[in-house]
Design a protein around this ligand. Structure first.
Ligand code: LLP
Length: 385
């Protein structure tokens, strides 16, 4: 099964570019909102890092999601797109003073703090502005996620978060600080997680930690479980919208929320992944000794995921219905790792054919670079064509 694309309209646009299916994004957002409506204490923030295209952000903002940011630049992008400051959360192991001040000046909802040293700096900066910063502690839950090693974050060996045994002493210390308020716990175990038992394991860990804090009469207003819900890269058309029903139900059933507690999510890939494709043009077909190469005008500078994480994206020739042949699909960049896929079947491909690299709405355009002095790819929504 191949995706449906407005190919006629693509011919007028300089390749490579990102195509975002607006209807799919809207249907995905609607599904999230319908599922979350069953749980009045759940709040979803969109992880801006997945795709910060201003038009995409604008649609997500209109669907009333909050924003999860990891830099001053992302806070600014979220504010520019109209996300209300009281729905912005800000994480990151290395927040600069300037970035913290941007958050303080805009009264964002919460800083997800990742070390004691950072909390001390936030306290000082807040003091000099006569503000009180709301802080959630990002705890490293030592829960493994069944995903690529480069995108797990919740193991003790990862750089993220505060060790569990430092949690309570740090909260006690925060109580002695004048310009920070402890408002919650934050977690994120990794990305592209399809094994739902990983999220269950996180729930059990959080239940234990909450029991522990209760013994010390520490109350927690907010729990933030991060993001991580994966998408099906092999079959984008069979499951274009991730199973949000099951995902939220896992938290509803396994996490023992306390009275009045709010549960926050930071979803990135699952919101925008399937709505995007990288559209490239075939430059040459080259017959190697043992292989046939389809050389595209898009490369790892436009979509780095295959080179960086050995990620698999479905690739389709959207200009041809001819019988398939086997190709290595590669880009023009001067790097051996500039390969999108090896030995895959494509409808017989010739120079000029348009190729769609699917499921590229998340961590695609936003991770593009200008290596080899290339232009950054442009992202178009359906109505822009
Ligand atoms: N919250 C935190 C604290 C995160 O670090 C991340 C992603 C998210 C939320 C959103 O996770 P998602 O729902 O998208 O899984 N560039 C990699 C993915 C890196 C993810 C980094 N953190 C990729 O292309 O697979």
């Amino acid at each position: 099964m191949k995706g449906e694309f407005p190919v006629d309209k693509f011919h007028h646009i300089e390749t490579p570019f990102y195509y975002y299916d607006t209807q799919l994004l809207l249907r995905t957002l609607q599904t999230i909102n319908e599922e979350v409506a069953q749980y009045p204490n759940f709040e979803v923030h969109y992880a801006v890092k997945a795709n910060a295209n201003p038009k995409v952000l604008h649609l997500i903002r209109q669907a009333d999601l909050g924003a999860d940011c990891v830099s001053g630049g992302e806070i600014q992008a979220a504010l520019d797109a109209g996300f209300p400051a009281n729905k912005i959360v800000y994480a990151g192991v290395g927040k600069s003073d300037k970035e913290i001040n941007l958050g303080l000046d805009n009264d964002i909802f919460c800083f997800n703090a990742e070390s004691q040293a950072e909390i001390e700096v936030i306290n000082e900066l807040a003091k000099s502005r006569n503000k009180v910063a709301r802080i959630a502690l990002r705890i490293n839950p030592d829960v493994g996620a069944h995903t690529h090693a480069n995108i797990t974050t919740g193991l003790a060996e990862n750089k993220f978060g505060i060790a569990m045994n430092d949690m309570e002493p740090i909260i006690q210390q925060m109580k002695t600080m004048s310009n920070v308020e402890f408002i919650g716990l934050h977690f994120h175990i990794g990305s592209q997680i399809l094994d739902m038992t990983d999220f269950e394991a996180l729930c059990y860990r959080i239940n234990e930690l909450q029991d522990q804090l209760e013994q010390h009469h520490i109350s927690v207003k907010n729990i933030n479980v991060g993001g991580g819900l994966g998408i099906h890269y092999d079959c984008p058309d069979e499951q274009p919208i991730p199973d949000f029903h099951q995902y939220f139900a896992i938290y509803a059933h396994h996490l023992q929320l306390r009275k009045g507690q709010k549960l926050h999510f930071e979803l990135g890939r699952s919101v925008v992944g399937q709505m995007g494709s990288l559209i490239a043009r075939t430059l040459y077909i080259k017959q190697g000794n043992a292989k046939q190469f389809a050389i595209l005008d898009a490369g790892m500078t436009d979509l780095i995921r295959p080179a960086l994480y050995q990620a698999h994206h479905k690739i389709e020739n959207i200009s041809s219905d001819a019988p398939t042949e086997t190709y290595d699909v590669v880009g023009p960049i001067c790097e051996s790792s500039d390969v999108f896929a090896k030995s895959i079947e494509l409808n017989k491909t010739k120079r000029g054919d348009l190729i769609a690299i699917r499921s590229a709405g998340a961590y695609g355009e936003i991770m593009a670079s200008q290596y080899n002095c290339r232009k950054l790819p442009i992202g178009y929504l359906t109505e822009d064509l």
